[in-house]
Design a protein around this ligand. Sequence first.
Ligand SMILES: [Zn+2]
Ligand SMILES: [Zn+2]
Length: 76
Amino acid sequence: MSRDRQTIGGCPKCGGSHLACGYNHFEDGDLTIDSWEHKCPDCGFRETKAFRTDEEESIPDGLDTAVCPYCGRRPN
Ligand SMILES: [Zn+2]
Ligand SMILES: [Zn+2]
């Protein structure tokens, strides 16, 4: 399990500078979960996306799940 969180700013709802982009990586046997969250502490805006290898339909062909689907960054 690894986590990575960065303040990226530019909230799409309030324009605030505290929007955070969080990434969690989880592996257990054949299961890998990459999940992403954008969250704004100023206005409560939140969006999440999880890519699970046991739910093939959640991962489009060729998608790099280690890239944020919202802002395109990679975890550090
Ligand atoms: Zn906001
Ligand atoms: Zn992001």
